[in-house]
Design a protein around this ligand. Sequence first.
Ligand code: GLN
Length: 283
Amino acid sequence: MTLLEGRTLFREQLSRLYQTQEIDFYYKFLLEHVLSRNPIQLALNPNERLDKQEISNIKRALNQLIKYTPLQYITGEAFFRDLKLRVSPKVLIPRPETEELVDWILKEYQGLQSKKIRVLDLGTGSGCIAIALAKEQKQFLVSALDIDPEIISLAKENALNNKATIEFRLGDMTQLPSTKEQFDILVSNPPYVMQSEKKQMKTNVLNYEPHQALFVPEDDPLLFYRCILDYAEDHLVLNGSLFFEINPLLVQELNDLIRLYSYRVSERMDIFGKVRMLRLQKI
Ligand code: GLN
């Protein structure tokens, strides 16, 4: 099979599922990221042959695309701000909305001189938030927690590959131990999708991304926020901030919950114009 024949195969097999432009993009992307070939060769040398192993790898990727596997899980890598991160189906594929949350935090804390700021990222997954914060603001001392040892080791690998220093810890957000530790910032993109939203979700998310990271119990959709707010009572300094990614459908309920504590609240919309982020400053 030649490079060009590979593309023809992709177009034939995927034409009912995706637009031609999208199919061509996938093909080139997979040539580069699964076969480590320069996709320009498709134009320069369309008759170049793929060897046996390459053909089997590209066909495997094609079959995954037919089943709507997200590209990031096929290649095992995702991009977040300027980071390249390894991802597995145990962790969410980092979203652009989450990049905006990081952006907000960095803007609020820019120009720090010598004061160290202690940050804890709860439910770190791939480590995207923690790693970006540690890399982009040298005054941040970042810790990150997740419930699954395999996720922690993936996040550790991502931190190492991106030369970020993070203190990782294994733990359950809903059972955080009480210690003497104090943080200046708690940040989290916890699970927040309700079961009732399943109908509107795309197959590539619903069938492949970890439900543990997406869904909340139907009878207690704010569970994770409440646990973090309780933890913040004793572990967040006065004037410290909580930064949350949130479900736009739960803004009202969240505000009702937050009123039980003592915070100044600001909201931010994502690029799609939905209220997606909150900052709570402890007063
Ligand atoms: N933003 C993700 C989605 O829409 C959900 C992330 C989360 O639950 N924290 O699929």
